[in-house]
Design a protein around this ligand. Structure first.
Ligand SMILES: Cc1cc2nc3c(=O)[nH]c(=O)nc-3n(C[C@H](O)[C@H](O)[C@H](O)COP(=O)(O)OP(=O)(O)OC[C@H]3O[C@@H](n4cnc5c(N)ncnc54)[C@H](O)[C@@H]3O)c2cc1C
Length: 419
């Protein structure tokens, strides 16, 4: 390992906190700069809390472009692009379309499953650290299908999943009911992924903050990185409204705001914010024991500390964090279709949470050093899997910055791969 360094991390979401944890464990001095105050409520807090080795197919997959165009005209659909004249959106869309091929899926699937399985193992270790737990429940996930056609499509990935070391089982409605007796389901069948897990994101974030603070990580809240001082091919300092912060290494973990944070350096990071919503029912009529996905509706459902969280939609509307009620209705109205003992009334007037997922066009995260600045490392673009991939991202960044060979080859995740 190289000598201990001073590392500045920009962003205190799940990715920033995981990087801080693993970097500090290797003896580095770590400062986290976060533009929001400590009691922030960004993407890493209200998400569905799933750890998903099952999600090895990237969003950019064959058929997605056609489906996305169809959904564009449905105000309650799971995917929406707000039409706007943005060069960044157009070039992101073209890259997405170019990536949506079977060849890309074949290349990406082993990479994503390797990251996911490694991260899942690290979650087990994090859960065992200290005595504050974050509700890690290792009981699997059900992909619930209402139609035979969807079930047939989902069943096709079982063989591929097993090849990648991700066990999967095709379930009849009776088998699904046996696996999750907590809720009555109206389904044609399901695919069960026993290695998937769920947890309570709020408690996870609180634990990571407590662990990193106790280990000596310094946090500067309400401190935005507004620019950089660069010296040739290195960064010397991050600029903030209250002065500059010099360091040996810098980690970009700014989620959907990452491209803006490095724009002044002339770096182009193709990334769009994918807005999603969730609502949490405190005392649900029935409480499933497993997390599940309503496959046709693309809605995620997770039991959390006795409550039930329902989340979904992917809305590309820039960095706009406003809440579109129609799209939230699209999520909540799907529940009675799969869980028939629920009614739409169960979700009326609940507070709506929203978060911006940082989405790279090819569905792979940005992970590794930028070619132009040797001490700037990207750790962003995890889209729908940032919670799942947080620990492995932190560990890989820590290995890289410590001069170790990363446990997973990072070449496919290079932040310059589109340049
Ligand atoms: C509805 C929904 C459900 C989801 N469900 C799941 C799930 O079940 N499983 C899963 O794995 N993932 C899920 N996700 C995705 C997951 O939440 C994200 O991938 C993850 O939270 C992204 O984490 P992050 O740390 O990269 O970004 P963020 O959480 O957005 O954190 C980035 C931080 O950087 C700060 N920042 C930005 N710019 C600067 C700057 N210049 N200076 C200082 N600070 C800066 C921001 O304020 C922010 O706090 C879901 C997302 C949504 C919306």
């Amino acid at each position: 390992m190289t000598r201990p360094k001073h590392v500045v991390i920009g962003g205190a979401g799940i990715i920033g906190l995981c990087c801080a944890h693993y970097l500090r464990a290797r003896g580095h001095e770590v400062s986290v700069l976060e533009r929001a105050p400590e009691d922030r409520d960004g993407c890493s807090f209200g998400n569905a809390g799933m750890i998903v080795p099952s999600h090895f197919i990237p969003l950019a997959a064959p058929g997605m472009t056609k489906l996305a165009l169809k959904w564009m005209f449905d105000s309650k659909s799971p995917f929406y692009v707000r039409p706007r004249l943005s060069a960044e959106l157009i070039s992101w869309g073209l890259r997405f379309m170019r990536a949506a091929t079977q060849a890309h899926v074949d290349r990406a699937a082993p990479l994503l499953s390797e990251l996911s399985l490694a991260s899942r193992a690290l979650y087990g270790e994090l859960s065992a650290l200290g005595d504050d737990d974050f509700g890690l429940t290792q009981r699997g996930l059900l992909m619930l299908c209402r139609s035979d056609d969807t079930l047939h499509e989902e069943a096709k990935i079982i063989a591929r999943a097993r090849e990648l070391g991700v066990p999967a089982e095709l379930c009849s409605p009776a088998r699904a009911a046996e696996l999750d007796p907590g809720v009555r389901m109206a389904i044609a069948g399901a695919v069960y992924f026993p290695l998937d897990c769920h947890l309570t994101p709020l408690r996870l974030m609180a634990k990571l903050l407590r662990l990193t603070k106790a280990a000596g990580v310094k946090f500067r809240w309400s401190t935005e990185i507004t620019g950089w001082r660069a010296e040739h091919h290195r960064l010397a300092a991050a600029l903030t409204a209250t002065g500059e912060i010099a360091a040996d290494e810098f980690v970009l973990a700014g989620g959907s705001w990452s491209p803006a944070t490095v724009r002044a350096l002339g770096l182009k990071l193709p990334l769009q914010a994918g807005k999603g919503y969730s609502v949490t029912v405190a005392g649900p009529r029935q409480l499933p024991q497993l997390c599940s996905i309503f496959t046709e509706a693309r809605v995620a459902v997770t039991p959390m500390d006795g409550a039930l969280r329902i989340g979904g939609t992917m809305e590309l509307s820039g960095l706009d964090e406003s809440i579109q009620r129609e799209r939230v209705a699209g999520i909540t109205e799907s529940v009675p279709r799969y869980f028939p003992d629920f009614t739409a009334e169960d979700f009326r007037d609940l507070p709506v949470w929203r978060g911006l997922r940082p989405c790279a066009p090819d569905g792979l995260p940005y992970l590794g050093r930028f070619a132009r600045y040797e001490n700037l490392c990207a750790a962003t673009g995890h889209a729908m899997m940032g919670l799942s991939l947080g620990p492995i991202t932190g560990q890989l960044v820590a290995q890289l910055l410590s001069g170790e060979k990363p446990a997973i080859n990072l070449s496919a995740f290079a932040p310059d791969r589109f340049n």
